[in-house]
Structures are given as structure tokens and as C-alpha cells.
Design a binder for this molecule. Sequence first.
Ligand SMILES: NC(=O)c1ccc[n+]([C@@H]2O[C@H](COP(=O)([O-])OP(=O)(O)OC[C@H]3O[C@@H](n4cnc5c(N)ncnc54)[C@H](OP(=O)(O)O)[C@@H]3O)[C@@H](O)[C@H]2O)c1
Length: 284
Amino acid sequence: MNGGGKVACVTGATGYIASWIVKLLLLRGYTVKATVRDPKDTKKTKHLLALEGAEERLKLFKADLLEEGSVQQAIEGCDGVFHIASPVILTATDPQAFQAELIDPAVKGTMNVLKTCAKASSVKRVVVTSSTAVVLGCKPPLGPNDVVDETFFSYPNFCLEMQPTLNFSIEVIVDLLNGKSPPNSFYYRFVDVRDVSLAHIKAFEVPSANGRYIIVDPNTTMKDIKKNEESDEMMNEMTYKVCVEKVKCLGIEFTPIEETLRDTIVSLKEKCLYNKPTEDPNHR
Ligand SMILES: NC(=O)c1ccc[n+]([C@@H]2O[C@H](COP(=O)([O-])OP(=O)(O)OC[C@H]3O[C@@H](n4cnc5c(N)ncnc54)[C@H](OP(=O)(O)O)[C@@H]3O)[C@@H](O)[C@H]2O)c1
């Protein structure tokens, strides 16, 4: 087991991506110190406590991104830190709320975690999760011949002008199944959360890993999933290519999109989060 004897901290462990990282770390033999906002909220933590190896090697710590030093106890003694906690859903309509509810926890929270890591002599590497929003907001807008890689940076002003409503990634799938178009969906790409969590761990384990990594399925665009002739032209214009050679060097092989979507739909149905409408003849 790659992680045997090693200790890793995962922030925001109740979240979608972080939960998978905790699961994979435990399976690889790591001891995991996971931060959550409310350890007593069993609705959010019971899936973590039920994971294989959790009883022996998972400990939950209470931490809030905006409280300076609140991650200290969880980070102390760790070999690696995976900083995943960040607000992802937001319905704020005014810029001040946008700043307070999204930007502050994301930026100040990351600084808080990094400062604590810098003080902890045991920490050898920190892996921070971001979003493709940090590379796609270019000016002029990306076109079909642009190949996005880790050297791209979004223009900060473009990001501030963006539609301030962020949906859960899985809600995107539910919306698609229901025939809805989420805002800005033309720009969306997909990637299997199991590939994402493995990439995080490889970014810690592979000695040569460094800098930024983009992980999205390079071959599938929204156009391939959402067959909509009316918007085909627009989708062609807004499409861009992505270079994922760097993350492949970590040993990541992309799960085929068919498998990702199939497993997502099975899981949504198991959890009663999606029921195929039967009364609508367009949904078959
Ligand atoms: N999912 C995707 O498709 C996707 C794609 C690209 C990038 N990302 C990035 O990956 C990261 C995680 O995304 P996700 O989809 O896994 O999100 P998620 O399921 O919404 O999880 C977010 C986590 O952050 C925690 N959190 C939020 N605000 C916090 C605060 N003030 N203090 C402490 N913890 C806080 C949440 O805790 P509570 O449970 O207490 O709310 C939750 O555990 C984000 O940075 C996101 O931008 C995600």
C-alpha cells in the first residue's frame, strides 16, 4: 500500500471530490485527518465514517476556512495536505455577497491553509484543487483552434463579470437529463470524479509532480452529449481544445465518458436524486 504509515489531511471532506479522495487515501493505507465544518452533522459525515479503513485510520476535525488557524490541529503531523474545501454553490446576486460568500472563503481559506502548512515541518507537499474557471476566462474568448493547457490564466476582470451562479456539478447532469441548459453550459467539460481523486493522490505521491494540472476529458465536449441542432453552430464557435498530457504523465488514464455517465445515473437513481420522467414522450 503506497500510503502505509503516511498521514494526509483533506479539507472539506464532506464534499463531492474530497469524499472520493478520503476513500482512495484510506484504501491506499494512509491515515487521514479530515476537516469538516460540523463533525456532529451525521447526515454529512456518515458516508465518510462508513468507509473501509475509517474506523482505524480516519479522524474528523472541526474547521472553518474563514477562521485563521482553525486547520492547524488537522494539519499538524501530516506528510501531505489536500486542500479541497471551497464554497461551490452560490446564488448571491450582488457583488458584496459574491465577495463574502465565495471569494473570501476561497482566497482567505487557501491562504489560511497554506500559512498553516508552511509552519508544519512534517508537510512535504500540498495539493490544492481549483477549477477550469482559472484557465478558460480568456480575452479574446477561446475559439475552436485554441488548446488550453496549464500555462493559461483567466483574466481576473472576466471572472468578476461571470454569471455568479455556480451549480453543483452533478446538478448539471440532472439538468441535462431533464433537457435543461444550465448557464454557460456550452463551456462545460466532463471528467470522472474517480480520475480526479486519483490525480490528487498521484500529485502527492509522484516525486516529480509540480505546478498546475488540468484534468478534464479531452475528447468529449457538451456538443457530444447534448444533441441540439439549433445550438450546434454556437457550440462549434465556443468549443476549445484542452491539452492533458501533463496529468497523463502522473499515470492518469481517462475513464470513458459513457462509463462515467452510466455510473452517475445509476448512483443518482439509487439515491433517489433522479427519476426518469415517464409522462414526457421526449424523455426516452
Ligand atoms: N465538482 C466539480 O465538477 C468541480 C469541477 C472543477 C473544480 N471543482 C473544485 O473542486 C473543489 C471541490 O468541489 P466539490 O464539487 O467537491 O464541492 P462540494 O461538494 O460543494 O464540497 C465543498 C466542500 O467545501 C466545504 N466548505 C465550503 N465552505 C467552507 C468554509 N467556509 N469552511 C470550511 N469548509 C467549507 C463544504 O463543507 P460543508 O459540507 O460544511 O458545506 C464541502 O465540504 C472546489 O474548489 C471546486 O471549485 C469542482
